[in-house]
Design a protein around this ligand. Structure first.
Ligand code: SF4
Ligand code: SF4
Length: 760
């Protein structure tokens, strides 16, 4: 920092790369004061005169407006309002040709001037030092100030910076040939310009304020030095004349020796650069409440009889300015061809300006010069036939390029529309200075190629941004749809799970219900069968109670009681069948001794009689056997004693066995009779039980008696067991009885035989 200040104090500066020294041609206008022109009849005001976006209209056709009245406004910080340069009536709002190299049209406000030049009431600021930073920035923004050096960047954004500023550089170089607008402004409005610089100092509070001005403006240098002689931090830096010293990065390099890298901004190096005309506009806005509605324009060229600098209202058509300066269209005078060609008029300087094909193009905030050259002065402007030759790779363009680019390669890539390569070659570091085209021996309009290429790249970038936004929207929509799909699937899964659960529940309910139905059907079937059997087998049941039973069984709540009744009926039926089958078996197995099985009493009597007969027969046989043995013993001698003894023993044993058998037979028969009686009694009880239950059901129909049921089941089981046992015992008894009877019969036969033999 110290060395920079020392070098500045010593007026020693750095050099930037390249640059040219074209003829200055400034003397055409540099010695003439700035002229106030009469008001034109109509002003044409493009809504956008700067870098950024245009504001919204505040007026409509037919509205009367006052001088200084805002015509547009916007909340967009990059939007800068426009104001009515004078009073009048809005006659039209439509598209018209604007000041742009493309020659395209844009929306414009047509203001018919009423020549009263009536101001909107203003509030003059007596002491701007009392204003806050925000108030100053607001005044600058509301005044619609944009960079007046040519870039047109909104000033209120550029000065609203937070980082510490080391250098505030005021660009007063005005290096392009012919242009003297800033020179004259500095000469005539140096105090106002210094006020504007002071306002910026109040906003930015830089360490140093450097005013860079080329040494070809001696009057302006003196004026500035006089205005700043008592301001220590403000230095007027007189620079050697070299084009393009007025380039922002080039001026920073000259004054501070710092290089602003590609893609970076001066603010990144703690430097803010403002044009000297912008400083004047800031002074007007903050102190005098005058928006940016006018500017100094250099009207120059040998085609003008009275070249000069003028205060031109924004929106003033170029045709009107040319009229005021005695312009002669040399193409119109081409009587030989009888063709009216448009005049070769250039907006801006000869190096950075562009030709305008319509004289209705208006002056805007960045317009500093209208150049109307003569044929001898600039013959190329009158020659429509291109004299462009092939590049000879001389490299002169690279040598003079202040941005240290490769102009010839840029040209090739621009012709090939290789935008990727152009970007790699840092085409946006090109400041359109035209130095390369100026030195090109092949007369290649290099800058025109670069401008077209940059415009197309910007357009492509805008499309890419739109495409990226569309892609983001698409991705967001896709994501949203996927989320919705997942949500739907989850919902469907939950619904399916709920349905499945419900179905499972219903299935379980259905199973139980079907089981219950099956059980009910089984009960009904069993009940029906039991009822039929009961009716057919038991006449006693087929009475009034049966009707009651039927009525009761018709209700589903009586199932348990009915079941018991059915079981009892089945048990009774089984008992009866068993008794019948037993009786049938006894009949079929009965011996000729005629033991009756139908009448139990007679059976017992018969059995007793048979037993008595058997006992008598046994005793008789025994006595006869004893008598015979005695006789045998008496008559027979005894070597055969053993045999006789054995024979006697055998003869004696049967009566004893017969007695035992008779006793056992009797016991068995008695037991069988008792079992049979028990079975009958149980069967009778079982038959009575339903009657009791039915009676109970009359009073308590819906409450089945579980204990009663169990009891009946137990009784039925016991009865079945007793029956089975009785049956088995009966069979066993019958078998034994048959054996005993057979033995008895045999003994009787043998006794009778012996008796016959004895009698014989
Ligand atoms: S116009 Fe661009 S490429 Fe040509 S000299 Fe200037 S900065 Fe370099
Ligand atoms: S100055 Fe012209 S001819 Fe020479 S290298 Fe550059 S573009 Fe090619």
């Amino acid at each position: 920092m110290e060395s920079i200040v020392e070098r500045i104090n010593q007026q020693k500066f750095w050099q930037f790369h390249g640059g040219i020294h074209p003829p200055e041609q400034k003397k055409l206008t540099s010695d003439k004061p700035i002229r106030q022109l009469p008001l034109p009849k109509q002003l044409i005001l493009p809504l956008q005169q700067h870098i950024g976006s245009q504001g919204d209209l505040l007026i409509k056709v037919g509205d009367k407006v006052l001088k200084g009245q805002p015509l547009t406004q916007s909340t967009n910080p990059m939007a800068v309002p426009i104001h009515a340069p004078t009073s009048g009536v809005i006659s039209a709002i439509k598209k018209s040709v604007i000041a742009h190299p493309s020659g395209l049209s844009d929306l414009c406000i047509f203001l018919d001037v009423d020549f009263n030049d009536t101001w909107l009431p203003r509030r003059i600021c007596q002491d701007f030092t009392q204003l806050t930073k925000n108030e100053i920035i607001s005044k600058i923004a509301n005044a619609g100030i944009a960079g007046m050096g040519g870039a047109g960047f909104p000033t209120h954004i550029k000065v609203n910076t937070k980082p510490d500023i080391n250098f505030l550089i005021i660009n007063a170089a005005e290096c392009e040939p012919y242009i003297t607008a800033d020179d004259l402004l500095m000469c005539e409005q140096s105090e106002a310009i210094i006020d504007g610089i002071k306002i910026l100092d109040q906003l930015l509070n830089p360490a140093f304020i450097l005013i860079g001005i080329e040494n070809n403006k001696p009057k302006a240098i003196k004026a500035l030095q006089k205005a700043t002689q008592f301001i220590d931090k403000m230095k007027v830096c007189t620079l050697p004349t070299k084009y393009p010293t007025g380039g922002e990065k080039q001026l920073i390099k000259i004054l501070t020796g710092k290089e602003v890298k590609s893609g970076a901004l001066p603010i990144h190096s703690g430097i803010v650069v403002q044009n000297v005309a912008t400083c004047f506009a800031i002074s007007d806005a903050v102190i005098h409440d005058i928006p940016l509605i006018r500017r100094v324009v250099t009207l120059t060229g040998q085609a003008l009889s009275k070249p000069q600098n003028v205060w031109a209202l924004l929106g003033t058509p170029v045709s009107y300015l040319l009229e005021q300066t005695g312009f002669t269209n040399e193409n119109t005078a081409d009587n030989n061809k009888n063709i009216n060609l448009p005049p070769p008029v250039i907006m801006g300087g000869p190096l950075m300006g562009f030709s305008i094909l319509n004289e209705l193009v208006p002056i805007v905030k960045t317009s500093n010069c209208i150049l109307a050259p003569s044929k001898t002065e600039m013959p190329s402007a009158f020659d429509n036939n291109s004299k462009e030759l092939e590049c000879i790779r001389c490299g002169q363009c690279s040598d003079v390029c202040p941005s240290q680019l490769l102009p010839q390669e840029l040209q090739w890539s621009a012709k090939a529309k290789d935008y990727q390569q152009l970007t790699k070659l840092n085409i946006f570091d090109c400041i359109d200075c035209g130095a390369c085209a100026y030195v090109c021996p092949s007369q290649i309009p290099l800058v025109q190629y670069y401008r077209v290429a940059k415009a197309e790249i910007r357009q492509q970038q805008q499309l890419d941004i739109k495409s990226e936004k569309a892609k983001v929207r698409f991705e967001a929509r896709k994501l949203r749809l996927e989320k919705e799909k997942i949500a739907r699937e989850e919902k469907h899964k939950k619904a399916a799970a709920a349905r499945k659960a419900t179905m499972n529940k219903k299935s379980a309910d259905g199973t139980s219900a079907s089981s219950a139905v099956a059980a009910a059907l089984a009960r009904v079937k069993a009940k029906k069968e039991a009822t039929e059997k009961t009716v057919s087998d038991s006449p006693t049941i087929n009475n009034g109670k049966t009707k009651e039973h039927d009525e009761l069984s018709s209700t589903s709540n009586e199932d348990q009681g009915d079941k018991s009744q059915v079981k009892a009926a089945i048990a009774r039926a089984k008992a009866k069948r068993l008794a019948k089958s037993r009786a049938a078996e006894e009949k079929s197995d009965a011996l000729p001794t005629a033991i009756s099985v139908e009448d139990e009493a007679e059976d017992e009597k018969s059995q007793v009689k048979a037993a008595i007969a058997r006992a008598k027969a046994k005793r008789l046989a025994k006595s006869q056997a004893v008598e015979k043995q005695e006789e045998t013993t008496e008559t027979t001698e005894t070597t055969e004693t053993t045999e006789t003894t054995e024979t006697n023993n055998e003869a004696i044993e049967p009566p004893i066995a017969n007695n035992k058998a008779n006793n056992e037979d009797k016991k068995v028969k008695i037991a069988a009779a008792i079992a049979k009686a028990k079975a009958k009694k149980e069967a009778k009880n079982e038959i009575k039980a339903p009657e009791v239950n039915l009676e109970n059901k009359k009073s308590d129909v819906v409450t089945p008696n579980v204990d009663d049921k169990k009891t009946r089941i137990a009784l039925a089981v016991a009865k079945a067991k007793a029956k089975a046992k009785a049956k088995a015992n009966a069979k066993k008894d019958q078998k034994k009885q048959a054996e005993l009877l057979q033995i008895t019969n045999n003994e009787a036969k043998s006794s009778l035989k012996l008796s016959k033999e004895e009698s014989e």
